[in-house]
Write a protein of this length. Structure first.
Length: 378
């Protein structure tokens, strides 16, 4: 039997025990000085019938399809409806079947049975979820301590996942949220420690291992503020992807936690470049790139080679980098129209020769000193 099958069987057995205990308690509570003989006989002759009827109704209401450790408010309302329906069917059946001659089921016993069953069914599920989710009970291993920025729906969902998943090595130790009404309140047992403006203080006081931005709609400016506050304390920052990424991907929030990227802190929307449209004017043209062996120039050459220009003139004063980018384009990318030219862009006569010989249509001037601090110190 699979793990899921065993779990559902155990839930069914537990529900059967709850139904039996509730039925017995209803009879016992009805009489202060012990059960009269005829009611004791009624209890013995009806208990198995009541358990069978209620389990059938529970199955019809899908009780076996809901794991107790993931029970929600919606599940609790469905369970309440199932308990009421099961109790009505069982009570009406016992009343009319009347297994003991001239003894009817008292209405008070029926009412108490309904209330006790409802309380035990709800209590068992809530207790199971509580035990599974409380890190303090040792069921979920403690891992990295995390401050969660955002006490909204996404923050609540991610904390819930951290609390109940053994595979996530995270322990939420507090929220930060700009809603003042949430200050010092607890969400899933985790306290809201302050506002975003107070994040530097919160990080200093609680020493988290990580800060997690749990606001999919957070602006680049907000992400930047969080990043700077955490960076000042040398604390890594992770984030949930944006709303579009969440909708277009799977809904596993915990699985989509990732380090903060440059795009997250731009303070604006990322510019998406239509490569085909931008590069169309390079096709079948003679293109010259200065500084072709440098990091920027080499990447320009790689991208330009994709659109198949008529010729690509690679100009650089450094022999080795020039040789390497020319070999890469030829051997790895099979671009044979690359022409390496060893030349210094500061040499006007040499550059005049290059332009007269190759007559480029487009020039990308990437030959420049880019390491500013290094050049300033020299």
């Amino acid at each position: 039997m699979s793990g899921i099958g065993r779990s559902r069987l155990l839930q069914l057995i537990a529900d059967a025990a709850i139904v039996a205990v509730s039925w017995v308690m209803a009879f016992e509570l009805r009489f202060d000085h012990g059960l009269p003989v005829y009611y004791e006989t009624l209890l013995r002759r009806t208990i198995l019938l009541v358990v069978a009827i209620k389990l059938v109704v529970f199955l019809a209401f899908g009780f076996h399809r809901r794991w107790w450790r993931y029970v929600s408010v919606h599940d609790m309302w469905s369970a309440a409806q199932g308990v009421v329906a099961a109790s009505l069917v069982a009570d009406v059946t016992v009343y009319f079947v009347s297994p003991v001659h001239n003894v009817r089921l008292p209405r008070s016993i029926a009412a108490m049975d309904l209330l006790i069953t409802l309380a035990l069914i709800a209590g068992a599920r809530l207790l199971t979820r509580t035990v599974m989710e409380r890190p303090g009970l040792g069921v979920v291993a403690r891992g990295k301590e995390v401050i969660v920025v955002g006490a909204g729906d996404a923050g609540r969902l991610i904390v819930q996942e951290m609390q109940r998943s053994r595979m996530l090595a995270y322990t939420p130790i507090g929220f930060v949220d700009d809603d003042e009404r949430k200050r010092n309140t607890r969400i899933l047992g985790v306290r809201v420690l302050g506002t975003l403006a107070e994040l530097p203080r919160v990080v200093r006081e609680y020493h988290p291992d990580e800060v997690l931005i749990a606001i999919p709609s957070a602006s680049g400016e907000m992400r930047r503020r969080v990043f700077e506050a955490a960076q000042a304390a040398n604390v890594p920052v992770k984030t949930l992807p944006g709303l579009y990424e969440l909708i277009s991907g799977d809904l596993d929030l915990a699985g989509q936690i990732r380090p903060v990227q440059v795009e997250d802190v731009l303070g604006r929307e990322q510019v998406e470049v239509d490569f085909d449209r931008v590069s169309a004017y390079l096709k079948e043209q003679t293109v010259l790139v200065t500084g072709a062996g440098g990091s920027i120039g080499a990447e320009l050459c790689r991208q330009i080679a994709r659109v198949l220009p008529k010729r690509l003139i690679l100009v650089d004063q450094a022999e080795t980098p020039l040789f390497e980018i020319e070999r890469e384009l030829l051997d790895e990318r099979e671009f044979t129209a690359a022409m390496p030219v060893l030349a210094d862009v500061k040499n006007r006569a040499r550059m005049r020769q290059v332009f007269e010989k190759y007559q480029p249509d487009v020039v990308f001037h990437a030959a420049a000193y880019k390491h500013v601090p290094l050049n300033e110190s020299n």
